[in-house]
Design a protein around this ligand. Structure first.
Ligand code: ASP
Length: 329
């Protein structure tokens, strides 16, 4: 725990700073002045010294893509290594906040500063908005001391960036860390290729739920787009239609061609344990890697961190199976 003295507030857009337009709420600049004015009227709020940087363009986070994760990562690393900031508060829309938090956790491995993400369900300035509570609470935490690494602060809760999910679209306490099972060996010293200094490039990844009616042709069509990583959201403890030989063949082929195919559970609690059911073992035998109790957001962010660094399948599978920053253990 370390009190932050020189904070960068990185404003990416999101409801927190949105203003009403004829088309509805849209991201708006000028948040620094609004934040300074609010703090001037609320001197009881403890805050580190801060400067604000606006990302460009400001986004409704529904438009976030991998390139935006990389731009946020670059801005954070530059703020710490070149501008001497010792903590970052990232203001972000809530729709993909948990995805960005998870991706950044893997993109910033080894960068020893606190990175806190927050946003709000209602815009700052709207009646009964949660914006200033979330912002003020995050500033106070940073001023008082918070652990290094990526975390999410929302509605009074501090959540690990690699374990949070947006569970509610209509309540202030929109985020929670799902009580998913924790298991997995903690990785020892991380190689340079996994550190924040490692350049990454966008990579074709897909997420596909298994559901009654899923056909081999559906999965084949996704794989034919050239995906390098496929996250299959399996039933329960990692099962799927194991009597569908065509589907198993498509998955086997993908693994043989070097695609990282990993399984998470669709259930909110629990984890993938392939050997519980024969149906799970048959899926595992196609070359599927278990994501254990990882959330979809964490598993996707981790795939990006590994495959975006250009790791080949064997190495990516190795690190995917280990716990790098609290995502599975
Ligand atoms: N759609 C908005 C966004 O994610 C919702 C929000 O900010 O809460 O940017």
């Amino acid at each position: 725990m370390r009190a932050v003295k020189n904070l960068l507030v990185l404003y990416t857009g999101g409801t927190i700073g949105m203003l009403q337009t004829p088309q509805g709420l849209a991201p708006a600049g000028g948040f620094e002045a609004r934040m300074r004015a609010w703090l001037a009227h609320n001197p009881q709020v403890r805050s580190p010294q801060w400067t604000l940087r606006e990302m460009s363009p400001l986004l409704d986070s529904a438009n976030m893509q991998q390139g935006n994760w990389l731009a946020m990562r670059d801005a954070i690393v530059e703020a710490v290594q070149q501008d001497g900031h010792d903590g970052v508060l990232l203001l972000h829309g809530t729709d993909t906040l948990a995805y960005s938090a998870a991706a950044l956790a893997f993109l910033l491995l080894g960068l020893d500063v606190p990175v806190l993400l927050t946003g709000s369900m209602l815009p700052a300035g709207a009646p009964d908005s949660d914006a200033w509570d979330n912002l003020g609470g995050a500033l106070t935490l940073l001023a008082e001391g918070v652990a290094n690494g990526v975390q999410l602060y929302f509605a009074g809760q501090l959540l690990p960036g690699v374990r949070a999910s947006k569970l509610r679209s209509d309540a202030f306490d929109a985020f929670a860390a799902l009580p998913r099972h924790r298991e997995g060996e903690r990785a020892g010293e991380l190689p340079a290729v996994l550190s924040h200094a490692q350049p990454r490039t966008p990579v074709n990844l897909a997420v596909l739920p298994i559901y009654p009616g899923l056909q081999a042709a559906h999965v084949r069509a996704v794989l034919e787009t050239g995906v390098k990583g496929l996250l299959l959201e399996c039933y329960g403890s990692g099962t799927g239609p194991s009597d569908d030989e065509a589907l198993l063949e498509v998955l086997r082929d993908a693994a043989d061609r070097g695609v990282l195919v990993a399984a998470i559970s669709q259930c909110a609690e629990g984890s993938v344990v392939f050997d519980t059911y024969a149906a799970g073992s048959r899926l595992r035998d196609t070359g599927l890697v278990s994501a254990g109790g990882m959330t979809r957001e964490a598993a996707l962010g981790k795939m990006f961190g590994l495959l975006g660094a250009g790791l080949e399948l064997g190495t990516a599978r190795h690190w995917f199976a280990l716990d790098l920053c609290g995502e599975r253990a």
